[in-house]
Write a protein that binds this ligand. Structure first.
Ligand code: SF4
Length: 679
């Protein structure tokens, strides 16, 4: 893997140093946390106020949009006011789309310029045309002429620059040659990078943002691989764009940013939320802390290969092929089935008590499909008889204490009114026991789950035993925490590699437990981020057939969170997907309340993707693959889109929600929400 030093432990990628004013990014600097103001830039007072509020909660770099020349000029006053108020060390970044003139003005006043290579000096026409090599060269020369003045001025003034590619706003030139692919995103940035280097200018940070974490992860990996091949070592700014708000926004950001940070990539991060910007900072800080805590750990004996060498393509998504394990009836795990959701209960008797919690109306579309039950003694097994016939899930996973011998399992199977899976855990010392157990599994009976102790050595030693068990009745997971510096993501990757090396296609169960926490922080936010990073990064690599989040005290919430992480990783869709921009100085309506209102009205449309974007300048370009778009067209006016086509212009905002619903209905994607029971 040339994109990172290790996929099994966090070894920070070496980069050059970029100075944004007095704040260093990359090299030996910590991960810098940044955000963006949402006020009208020309409202100097409001923008200064927001910048200070961000700095006071720990934001280290503040970005401000400069949509036109007047806004770029206002940056001078904003900089002066911040200096006067004691914030001279807070670096400002001007966000530029389309207008080189705005960039040339802004560079005089702020420490860094962000350009979008998809639209700098380019008008996007969504035109399909064949570019001959000569046409393409002419385009690049035009770009060179348009971009060079800014590069030269940045070099003269000692300013930094971000070449910030967005998946949703690639130029027609790139789209026609590479499509909206991670490769297109990378090429888009490299075109600009080469122009900058031709002027011997290297104070550059790069980003590859997308609203789809899978695309974003692949694009960053590919960028690093391509840069390494050209001996380029620029720092990375990480972010998932248009992530939305609330839990979903945090989950998507944690999946995309967290996966890359744990691979050692990323030098500055922005968590984009459709909320007040100050709420982005604690999320970004927690993500940065989790990754930085792992820097500097002693290296694994073979960090690049890990405990078991992988053979995967990290630049293209392919779901790992697994056998389908049948649990009787229509329920199966692995194969073509979506990842299943499990929940852990504290005792066997709690299964009955939980029926209400787990089947209440809100969880109708997101049921717990399996329940993990600890079985501590042979006596516990007797209570299986007393389970209600209508358990709140399709199957039970009995987590068997080692004190229960395999002989005692047999009577269980006939006593349970429900399909069972039996979980046993082995470590390296248990080689013989594992072999004997494998023989028992092969003989038939209920499907079994093999829990492997997660230390690196155990995986390497136990791997040879896996192939002999067969995979029609076997699911595999990890137990406990891996020994540092191996991290849990790396341990699961090793486990998948160990299965592949023995020809086993047994489904893989991703368990989030207190032992797999990525650091010592057990707060609500931290638990959410941990579950998103571990589960999401594995799902984005095509790994995972069962998921359990066993760190949430509220079991209903544990189930919901599992489904939300699956949706964030694009692995299983259980509700409407919202793409909402974080808003900025261009925003034409209140994005937060509008997003919430539209979510309330359309949140039940499973599989429908709705974009809510603040302006038509960037909105349509950045809606990615949304089915419908609600985009600010003018003050008080909304444009509605089907895909990337605007179908209704300048609708009064008061009518826009209903017109959007009518549009969804017209395109056959509307269903009426189910009536809620009266409390
Ligand atoms: S789409 Fe949203 S964040 Fe992007 S420029 Fe427009 S208003 Fe700003």
């Amino acid at each position: 893997m040339s994109y990172c030093s290790s996929r099994f432990q966090t070894i920070r990628r070496r980069t050059s140093e970029v100075m944004i004013g007095s704040v260093g990014v990359g090299d030996a600097h910590p991960i810098r946390v940044q955000s963006m103001t949402t006020s009208d830039t020309q409202d100097v007072e409001a923008t200064v106020r927001q910048s200070i509020a961000l700095a006071e909660v720990g934001c280290e770099i503040v970005r401000i949009t400069a949509p036109n020349h007047a806004a770029a000029r206002a940056l001078k006053d904003i900089r002066a006011r911040l200096n006067a108020d004691g914030f001279s060390q807070l670096p400002l970044v001007a966000d530029i789309h389309f207008l080189p003139a705005a960039a040339m003005e802004a560079v005089e006043h702020v420490e860094k310029i962000r350009v979008n290579p998809g639209n700098y000096a380019d008008k996007k026409k969504f035109a399909t045309r064949e570019y001959s090599d000569a046409d393409y060269e002419r385009e690049l020369q035009r770009l060179h002429d348009a971009f060079s003045p800014l590069v030269k001025r940045c070099r003269e003034l000692g300013r930094a620059m971000r070449i910030g590619t967005n998946h949703g706003s690639l130029s027609d030139r790139i789209m026609n040659r590479y499509g909206d692919t991670p490769l297109g995103m990378v090429e888009s940035a490299l075109e600009f990078l080469r122009i900058a280097e031709s002027h011997d200018y290297r104070q550059i940070v790069l980003s590859m943002k997308a609203s789809n974490p899978k695309v974003m992860i692949q694009a960053y990996r590919l960028l690093v691989e391509r840069m390494a091949a050209e001996n380029m070592h620029y720092p990375l700014h990480l972010g998932v764009t248009e992530a939305g708000d609330g839990e979903d926004g945090r989950i998507k950001s944690a999946i995309g940013i967290g996966s890359l940070l744990f691979d050692g990539l990323g030098d500055t991060i922005r968590v984009s939320l459709t909320e007040d910007s100050v709420y982005e900072i604690p999320v970004a800080q927690a993500l940065a802390r989790k990754a930085m805590a792992r820097w500097g750990e002693a290296e694994l004996a073979d960090a690049q290969r890990g405990p078991v060498a992988e053979a995967i393509d990290p630049y293209h998504f392919t779901r790992r092929e697994t056998a389908s394990v049948s649990l009787g009836g229509t329920c199966a795990i692995g194969g073509e089935e979506p990842p299943r959701v499990l929940v852990r209960v504290p005792t066997l008797s709690a299964v009955a008590e939980l029926a209400g919690t787990l089947t209440r109306n809100q969880l109708k579309d997101t049921p717990a499909e399996g329940i993990i039950v600890p079985v501590r003694s042979p006596e516990d097994l007797q209570s299986l008889r007393s389970l209600p016939v209508s358990a709140p899930a399709a199957f039970l996973v009995l987590d068997l204490d080692p004190a229960i011998s395999p002989d005692q399992e047999e009577p269980l199977l006939s006593q349970s009114p429900h399909p069972l899976m039996l979980l046993r855990t082995f470590s390296a010392r248990d080689g013989d026991a594992l072999a004997a157990w494998g023989g028992l599994v092969k003989r038939g009976g209920a499907p079994h789950v093999l829990g492997l102790a997660a230390t690196g050595t155990d995986l390497a030693i136990l791997a040879p035993h896996l192939g002999s068990i067969g995979d029609e009745r076997l699911v595999v997971t990890l137990a406990g925490a891996p020994q540092p510096p191996l991290h849990t993501i790396g341990a699961y990757r090793s486990l998948a590699a160990a299965l592949a090396s023995t020809g086993s296609r047994a489904p893989l169960w991703i368990r989030n437990t207190p032992a797999t926490a990525l650091d010592g922080d057990r707060s609500f936010l931290s638990r959410l981020l941990d579950a998103s990073i571990l589960t999401g990064s594995l799902l984005c690599d095509g790994l995972g057939d069962l998921v359990s989040i066993e760190t949430e005290p509220d079991l209903g919430r544990a189930v919901k969170l599992s489904y939300n992480v699956l949706q964030g990783a694009g692995a299983r869709i259980s509700k409407t997907e919202f793409v909402a921009c974080p808003s900025c100085g261009r925003t034409l309506f209140d994005l937060q309340s509008t997003t919430q209102r539209i979510r309330e009205k359309t949140g039940h449309l499973k599989g429908v993707k709705i974009a809510i974007m603040g302006c038509i300048v960037n909105g349509p370009g950045e809606m990615a693959d949304a089915h419908f778009g609600y985009v600010g067209g003018a003050p008080g006016k909304i444009n509605l889109y089907v895909g990337k086509t605007c179908v209704q212009y300048n609708i009064p905002q008061a009518e826009a929600d209903e017109r959007l619903i009518a549009l969804i209905r017209e395109h056959g994607k509307w269903v009426d929400p189910e009536p809620q029971p009266v409390a």
